[in-house]
Design a protein around this ligand. Structure first.
Ligand code: ADP
Ligand code: MG
Length: 264
């Protein structure tokens, strides 16, 4: 394939005006390779446009991962199931199929600190985003303070929408702080609004029987549980903290932490 410099310039202008910036950037390299390998015209075009499409998809994925506001990006493949034998790997593999997202059902991860609840929730969010679903991640504390602020500013309905739109909403650290009389109903509203419409991934270090104390209100906890658990899977983790394992390996444990953690 040969081309004059003015043809090349026109080609660059066309690609730029079409917004095909990646194809524009790799044009010369691809033209040279096509000439060298005596490539068919159609193959040249497929290669060039594939570069554009791949770059766009990667950018899109990066943007959506950023928008999801994950505390860290980790995948289910990075999870060491051998370390946490109370987790049934088969159950996580089933969740990985994302059938629960299609069904708008929920997943609750229960267990003491450091056992991988957030990691597994993040892993499922990353998998869902890769499959093209919209997703968001927030701690209960941030959710309630965000909605409380919106309520005070008279913008509650507008803000609530942000938590209904994503197909997957991960709510982390349920129960690490008790909810007050403003927070508990706001949390309940969130769960209700998503009921059978979008999935919630919830993590908590409190067992269901302790949720009454988290909500402080005897009526709200059963109402939340009722809706949350109607269509749901629970992953109950009873094991040792991975964080402590990492610190133990690095020789960073305090004398108190050196005692084996209580396995509940
Ligand atoms: P939790 O939310 O239960 O308190 P995290 O999910 O935040 O715990 O886990 C603490 C840290 O340990 C994270 O960096 C996480 O990636 C890592 N981690 C926990 N469990 C495992 C595991 N089984 N395999 C690999 N990394 C793990
Ligand atoms: Mg956590």
């Amino acid at each position: 394939m040969s081309q004059t410099s003015s043809t090349l310039e026109r080609l660059h202008n066309i690609l730029t005006s079409l917004g095909l910036t990646e194809a524009d950037a790799v044009l010369e390299t691809h033209l040279e390779r096509a000439a060298r390998e005596e490539c068919a015209y159609a193959d040249f075009l497929v290669d060039l446009l594939t570069c554009e499409v791949t770059t766009r998809q990667e950018r899109h994925l990066r943007n959506r991962l950023r928008q999801a506001r994950l505390p860290f990006v980790k995948t289910l493949e990075q999870f060491d199931f051998a370390f946490q034998p109370t987790i049934e790997e088969r159950q996580i593999r089933e969740l990985r199929t994302l059938r629960f997202v299609h069904d708008a059902s929920n997943v609750v991860f229960l267990g003491p600190p450091g056992v991988g609840k957030t990691h597994l929730a993040v892993g499922l969010v990353v998998a869902a985003i890769r499959e093209g679903f919209s997703a968001a991640f927030i701690t209960v504390h941030d959710l309630v303070s965000d909605l409380g602020k919106a309520a005070r500013e008279g913008k509650l309905n507008q803000r609530l929408r942000a938590y209904v739109t994503p197909k997957v909403l991960a709510i982390d650290e349920m129960g690490s702080l008790p909810l007050d009389e403003v927070g508990a109903p706001l949390f309940f509203q969130r769960v209700s609004a998503r009921y059978e419409r979008g999935s919630i991934l919830l993590t908590s270090n409190k067992s269901y029987s302790d949720w009454g104390a988290v909500f402080g209100e005897p009526v709200i906890a059963p109402a939340v549980l009722d809706r949350l658990l109607h269509h749901s899977a629970t992953v109950n983790i009873r094991g040792k903290s991975y964080r402590l394992k990492e610190r133990r390996k690095a020789g960073l444990l305090s004398p108190l932490e050196k005692r084996d953690p209580v396995v509940s």
